[in-house]
Write a protein that binds this ligand. Structure first.
Ligand SMILES: [Zn+2]
Length: 174
């Protein structure tokens, strides 16, 4: 059986990107007291999660109308990941679940496996979040994702800080 880790209670969860624009690596990091679990994710996974979460929370709140609304507020200072950035694995799949009894959202992360690996070899980490913890992480994640390279107004492609060869301008640097 592959390793399965449940972070509960979860003190804090966030996502962040490290590296120069265009080469950034995205991470998810969860804290349980002083213990941290860091995983590598793709930017698109964070963006899809953020979109999916809003729909997921809307469904939860519709089913349980007495629940207070989840807050999306965060303090940027608290949303940067902390060293050591020593990722346990690269995430292949992200999923969401809800435990109504405890009013907790579980973010399930499954390890991305190489082709020759069996599915049961994949490690799993479950982050048990309050609705506000995961909502804040997703709102922050969307902000981080959008802070990448500036978009070229001519061609709509992201521009590298070293220079942009614009197809709309016949490859002229601008
Ligand atoms: Zn361009």
């Amino acid at each position: 059986m592959a390793e399965e880790i449940d972070l509960q209670p979860l003190t804090h969860i966030t996502t962040d990107a490290i590296g120069s624009p265009g080469k950034r690596v995205f991470y998810v990091q969860g804290w349980q007291g002083n213990r941290t679990i860091t995983l590598i994710v793709e930017k698109i996974q964070i963006q899809s999660l953020a979109v999916g979460l809003e729909q997921f929370l809307a469904e939860v709140e519709q089913k349980f109308p007495d629940l207070p609304e989840a807050s999306a507020d965060f303090l940027e200072d608290k949303m940067h990941i902390q060293p050591p950035v020593d990722p346990l694995f690269r995430v292949g799949e992200l999923g969401l679940g809800y435990d109504a009894e405890r009013d907790l959202v579980v973010l399930v992360t499954r390890e991305l496996l190489a082709e020759e690996q069996e599915p049961e070899e994949g490690r799993v980490v479950r982050f048990w979040c309050t609705r506000s913890q995961i909502r804040a992480m997703c709102h922050w994640g969307m902000e981080v994702a959008s802070r990448g390279r500036a978009i070229c107004p001519q061609c709509g492609e992201p521009m590298d800080p070293a220079g942009h060869f614009c197809p709309k301008r016949n490859g002229h640097k601008h």
